[in-house]
Design a protein around this ligand. Structure first.
Ligand SMILES: *Cc1c(COP(=O)(O)O)cnc(C)c1O
Length: 362
């Protein structure tokens, strides 16, 4: 009756262990909807990875959460440090952090002024300084980093709390190595007393190259997608067929009372807007000429039906109308096998935007 994510537990866990083993210093990222698995489940799994350090040879002493609002959830299931990816600001959720968790939190500081403000509020605060990358999301320029280094002061106790530098890189299109090298040079030039760099989206080959090029640096990859979702074969998403109605051409159905373009079946399946099920962007040629050609062939997209993420017998089906809150109506033209009520069918989803009714880890 539900939209279900089924995880082949053994296969998934061995992928997790392998990823940690091949990425020493990894910081698992558990944020947002937990990549479909929930932040709580990922935090618990990160603790399990930490408990398997003998197996992997990597300690998993830190995980990353996206926001301050996610800290508590993760902290109750994972015993190590929590790096917050959203930069600290002198307002908002950052200021509501439970003081009992403060010693386990590593803040991200992306503006020199915020460093002073954070340390004024909490002299013991632990933090990473974020550098601006070609992403242009958050971070300090070379000059900003130097200013932050100056704010820090020269004494040993002044440096207390500095856990490293962070850089958020775009998804791998071309090599990141040039950009990373420039940013590492900026760290050296700033005089900051740290040699730990938290990075995102570097390939295994790039990480290897950096380790040999900068042997005195510790490069710590923050990894979410490739860790939790890296072995797609371990994950299956299904929806349940809830109802089936035969329709003749001209029969009306749905919220908008539209009429069936030809004989077939309306198949009602679990999964709707509340789960993040949306209309699929048309991928084909949508020019008028192409539409006319489909129309001539009697194609259903030409009558306004839109591709859905649901598949029956490996064939992607069309929405009979836009998805409802928790269910969707598909149109299955005559000739195709009609699934029976209670049957599970496959759904292709974006995990980071999907809220499953149930996640089952075998
Ligand atoms: C989400 C995020 C990551 C992890 O990205 P994935 O593509 O899921 O591995 C790393 N760093 C930052 C700053 C992020 O926001």
């Amino acid at each position: 009756m539900s939209l279900v994510l089924r995880v082949d537990g053994e296969r998934w866990r061995s992928h997790l262990l392998r990823t940690v083993r091949t990425h020493p210093g990894i910081v698992p990222v558990a944020k947002g909807n937990g990549y479909g698995l929930s932040v709580g489940r990922l935090a618990r799994r990160a603790q399990w990875l930490a408990d398997h350090a003998d197996d992997t040879g990597a300690p998993v002493d830190t995980i990353a959460v996206g926001t301050y609002d996610e800290v508590e959830d993760a902290a109750s299931r994972y015993a190590g440090d929590l790096l917050v990816l959203t930069p600290w600001r002198p307002f908002g959720a950052a200021l509501d952090l439970d003081p009992r968790l403060a010693s386990r939190v590593v803040h991200t500081v992306s503006r020199p002024d915020d460093l002073a403000a954070l340390r004024e509020r909490d002299p013991d605060a632990r933090f990473v300084l974020e550098q601006l990358t070609s992403m242009l999301r958050h971070g300090m320029t070379r000059r900003g980093l130097a200013a932050a280094a100056a704010t820090l002061g020269p004494g040993r106790s002044d440096r207390r709390g500095l856990s490293g530098v962070a850089m958020h890189l775009p998804l791998n299109t071309t090599s990141h190595l040039g950009e990373v090298s420039r940013l590492i040079n900026d760290i050296v030039a700033s005089g900051l007393p740290t040699r730990t760099v938290f990075v995102s989206h570097l390939t295994a080959a790039e990480l290897d190259r950096l380790a040999t090029t900068y042997p005195d640096f510790t490069i710590r990859p923050r990894i979410g997608t490739d860790l939790w979702l890296g072995d797609r074969g371990a994950l299956t998403v299904t929806a349940t067929v809830l109802d089936v109605h035969e329709v003749e051409r001209g029969d009306t159905f749905g919220y908008r009372g539209r009429s069936a373009p030809k004989h077939g079946h309306i198949v009602v399946v679990s999964g709707g807007t509340a789960h993040g099920i949306g209309l699929e962007a048309p991928t084909g040629d949508q020019s008028l000429k192409a539409r006319a050609a489909t129309l001539a062939r009697g194609g259903l997209d030409a009558v306004g039906f839109v591709r859905s993420p649901f598949s029956i017998d490996g064939k992607q089906r069309l929405f009979a109308e836009p998805p409802h809150m928790q269910a969707s109506m598909l149109f299955v033209p005559s000739g195709a096998r009609v699934p029976r009520i209670g049957e599970d069918i496959e759904v292709r989803v974006r995990f980071t935007a999907t809220d499953f009714d149930r996640v089952v880890v075998d």
